[in-house]
Design a protein around this ligand. Structure first.
Ligand code: PBG
Length: 438
């Protein structure tokens, strides 16, 4: 662990080395490289010691080094600014004898340079994944509960938003579709009095998500596309799995559908498929299904610890995906549970997950740290819709500084152990990191 830290520090320092500061000068040796010369002579980049060029010092200002030293030895000391006077404390400050402290942690915080030198965690646009809502429409429709977020038209608005994100270094997105209602209803369940469905639209190769992936990959081949694997956008009852007539969410039957969904997304060009459904055994089954179809290179980001959280409210409004009955507590985890996250972690690792995700983010920092300390796999945190909307609302009401709270919350997710963060703030935060003001 220590060695790894040292390595990365050394690497960082090496990149920043400026030859001028170490007494070396970079100069180009272009001897022989004349224009239109018949013979190609490669330009060589050589590094020479600064002083070596003329055999002596580059600049001569007056006295030699020996003369300067002799002057000081003789007691003729050149002038320099005096030590500044001790700044006055306000009148009435009590006279205190200094506390006998051997350690004063404030010493390492006393200037911006020191604080920057000792900063333990960093964040860059490369750590961010931008969740985007898409629909079949031509227009971008604002999402009331998520100021600044839209259901983007898959053909235009989405492509523009991705371009903006790429401009500031966010080259990873995750897609969430609003599927036409008519494609989500299949049959009527008399017992539950609700429409239900087996979510077959989820693996339609010409459905909204696969079509969008193909369009994006055509325009931006290096864009990393994460997809959501779950049935809720494709089922009128808003559940992530197939609902039996007595309301039970079927596990293995759902996994069967999820495998088809993941393969369809992979076929369209998805880079990382992300099961967010919390069915048991879905990671292993999806891995096998992908491999059987030749998608060994497609990654799985498992929603390892996804809690039955009220922080998803605005998202469900965005996709109109509120469960029509009951809740998601038979598959999503109880927010009171900690150890249970380890059971899910061990399962997902054994089944072949490439990335482990914790969701929500900020209220679950302990879970992020738990996974970080118990797995070597990359950990992702999902700063969910409710977290986003609270910061937006607090900012709009001038109760908090939106931008600072946004940056602090993202940094804290990194400090807790997240490698990547899924956040609706991705574009705004990356612009902020690039020094752009809103
Ligand atoms: C459902 C899904 C949800 C989110 C992502 N995928 C909602 C849910 O579980 O009901 C929530 C994301 C957010 O709140 O930002 N598969």
């Amino acid at each position: 662990m220590t060695a790894m830290t040292l390595n990365s520090v050394n690497f960082g320092a090496a990149k920043a080395v400026n030859f001028e500061y170490v007494g070396l000068k970079v100069h180009q040796n272009i001897t022989g490289a004349r224009p239109h010369s018949v013979k190609f002579v490669p330009r060589a980049l050589t590094v020479n010691a600064g002083e070596a060029q003329g055999g002596g010092p580059v600049k001569k200002l007056g006295k030699s080094d020996e003369e300067c030293e002799a002057a000081v030895v003789a007691g003729i000391v050149p002038e320099a600014p005096p030590v500044p006077p001790k700044p006055a404390a306000p009148a009435g400050t009590p006279l205190a004898t200094p506390l006998p402290l051997s350690r004063r942690p404030r010493r390492n915080r006393r200037s911006p340079v020191l604080r920057a030198a000792f900063q333990e965690t960093s964040i860059s646009p490369a750590n961010l994944v931008y969740p985007l809502f898409i629909h079949e429409g031509e227009e971008d429709t604002p999402i009331g509960a998520m100021p600044g977020c839209y259901r983007l038209g898959w053909r235009h608005g989405l492509v523009e938003e991705v371009a903006k994100a790429r401009d500031v270094g966010v080259n990873s997105i995750v897609l969430f579709p609003k599927v036409p209602d008519a494609l989500t209803v299949l049959s009527y369940s008399k017992l539950c009095c609700h429409f239900t469905s087996t979510g077959d639209e989820a693996y339609n190769d010409n459905g909204l998500v696969p079509r969008t992936i193909r369009l994006l990959k055509d325009k931006y081949p290096d864009l990393i596309i994460y997809t959501d694997v779950a049935l809720d956008p494709y089922s009128s009852d808003g559940h992530d799995g197939i609902v039996r007539e007595d309301g039970v969410i079927l596990n293995d039957e759902t996994v069967h559908q999820l495998c088809k969904q993941a393969v369809s997304q992979a076929r369209a060009g998805a880079d990382v498929v992300s099961p967010s459904d919390m069915m048991d055994g879905r990671v292993g089954a999806i891995r096998a299904a992908l491999d059987a179809e030749g998608f060994q290179h497609v990654s799985i980001m498992s929603y390892t610890a996804k809690y039955a959280s009220s922080f998803y409210g605005p998202f469900r409004e965005a996709l109109d995906s509120n469960p029509r009955f009951g809740d998601k507590k038979t598959y999503q985890m109880n927010p009171a549970n900690y150890r249970e996250a380890l059971i899910e972690t061990h399962e997902d690792e054994a089944e072949g997950a490439d990335i482990l995700l914790v969701k929500p983010g900020l209220p679950y920092l302990d879970i992020i740290r738990l996974l970080r300390d118990n797995s070597s796999l990359p950990v992702a945190a999902y700063q969910v819709s409710g977290e986003y909307s609270m910061i937006k609302a607090g900012g709009a009401l001038k109760m908090i500084d939106e931008e600072r709270v946004m940056m602090e919350s993202l940094m804290c997710l990194r400090r807790a152990g997240a490698d990547i963060i899924l956040t609706y703030f991705a574009l705004q935060a990356a612009r902020c990191m690039c020094g752009e003001k809103r």
